[in-house]
Design a protein around this ligand. Structure first.
Ligand SMILES: *Cc1c(COP(=O)(O)O)cnc(C)c1O
Length: 424
């Protein structure tokens, strides 16, 4: 498989160059084509292990650098936690993507990317990875690269924009991880990231790449769990609707790619909070980035979603055509909290605020004959303040997980300063 830059389709890249930012022009990378998996593959899903399914799906994208068995090994070391489908109501299911080490779905992409970069970077200079995070990306990337030799990670996160639990996960990881608190919003962090990445000379000199979802290596593995969800549906596979809690739209992009690869999906719901940039695009055909507003689902507080261009590319820039497959629903904080409470009271199921946004959007648009899956992107444990607000009888004791060591203050700040000085 070769890769292209969607803003300059004439240049073709190998996967290695596509995944390492300083090896291609700035702009978003996509595979040159989407491989199709026919009905036979779907019929055989039940007889295959999850590991085999994941390897089959990823192989056409990565056959440039792996043979099937070595790719299987990489998959087994990265997507190595369970992804269960849990029935909540007769036709509503939660796909729990949060059983990885940092309890959010970002573990899937971050761990896969980490293994890929380790494979590609063997014996080369130190690689520096820079990420902007509204919370979970930072935790997942920090965990996936902690103490990995040859890698150094810089995490930009917004002051007051992440939960306490997330902040501990970001700042506690290891001596090769630098957590940088930015006075500003997630959009400010993302802008800083972009300005570093656009300086190709600097990226080349310091060997800088990113682990944000603009990196194609993080996006691809997310295709896998849509198929794993389908497999687990058993007899409920008809007229399937996925509700995806969306911020930067990476998760949704992976879902659309899964559909184009052959997964039978009737509709995708892009469930968004009060950050409505994508909503306005689908409703009025107008794309205008907004300043991000803070909500209870903080990982989705994105005013300028970085994967919009990939989605447009998948629909040949035809927004009307996009609305055949994707419907966007907005959910406010009050509805989020109400859903958390109702689902807990009625079905004894605890959701984090992001999953609740997806649940609410699904519940309010699913037709009786349809089957709906909402992606549950984080564990409620990570958002205990919101959970307690929604469900007062819930106690902190019940929620408190293994929070880990205390925030370390022993980092070598002089060194950090020096690197940052060179970067900005
Ligand atoms: C990142 C994140 C999202 C949004 O995913 P995108 O791919 O950016 O749309 C949703 N929920 C949680 C918990 C997240 O961490």
């Amino acid at each position: 498989m070769n890769y292209i830059n969607i803003s300059n389709k004439s240049r073709i890249f190998k996967f290695e160059d596509a995944v390492i930012c300083n090896n291609h022009d700035s702009g978003l990378i996509m595979p040159q084509y989407i491989p199709e998996f026919g009905n036979l593959f779907l019929k055989k899903l039940n007889r295959k292990t999850n590991l085999e399914i994941a390897t089959d799906l990823m192989y056409p994208y990565l056959n440039d650098i792996f043979d099937w068995p070595s790719l299987e090994k990489l998959v087994s070391k990265s997507i190595n936690f369970k992804i269960p489908l849990v029935q909540i109501e007769e036709n509503i299911f939660a796909l729990e993507l949060f059983h990885g080490p940092t309890m959010a779905f970002k573990d899937v992409g971050a761990r896969f990317l980490s293994m890929l970069l380790q494979h590609l970077n063997r014996g080369k200079d130190k690689t520096r990875i820079i990420v902007a995070t509204s919370g979970d990306t930072g935790s997942a990337v920090a965990n996936a690269f902690a103490n990995i030799e040859g890698f150094e990670v810089f995490i930009l996160y917004p002051q007051n924009g992440v939960s306490k639990y997330q902040e501990q996960q970001i700042t506690n990881s290891a001596s090769n991880i630098w957590a940088i608190e930015v006075e500003g919003s997630f959009d400010d962090c993302q802008r800083m990231l972009k300005s570093v990445l656009q300086n190709r000379l600097l990226c080349k000199e310091l060997n800088i790449t990113t682990a944000n979802s603009i990196n194609i290596g993080r996006l691809l593995p997310q295709i896998v769990y849509y198929f794993l969800a389908y497999k687990q549906l058993g007899n409920n596979k008809k007229d399937l609707v996925f509700s995806v809690p969306s911020g930067n739209l990476g998760n949704l992009t992976a879902g659309i790619m899964a559909m184009k690869m052959g997964l039978p999906v009737t509709k995708f719901i892009a469930a968004v909070n009060q950050n409505r940039t994508f909503y306005k695009l689908l409703k009025y055909g107008i794309y205008k980035p907004n300043k991000s507003v803070k909500t209870y689902s903080n990982a989705m507080d994105v005013g300028n979603p970085s994967n919009i261009d990939r989605l447009l590319y998948l629909y040949q820039n035809d927004v009307l055509k996009m609305t055949d497959d994707i419907q966007c629903r907005t959910v406010n904080d009050e509805q989020t909290i109400n859903s958390m409470q109702i689902v807990y009271d009625k079905h004894n199921y605890l959701m984090d605020p992001h999953s609740a946004v997806a649940y609410h959007a699904l519940k309010s648009s699913l037709k009786p004959h349809q089957n709906g899956i909402f992606l549950s992107t984080a564990s409620p444990v990570k958002f205990e303040d919101v959970v307690i607000k929604a469900i007062p009888q819930m106690t902190r004791n019940y929620l408190s997980g293994p929070i880990g060591k205390k925030i370390s203050t022993k980092k070598d700040y002089q060194y950090l300063e020096k690197i940052l000085y060179e970067m900005v």
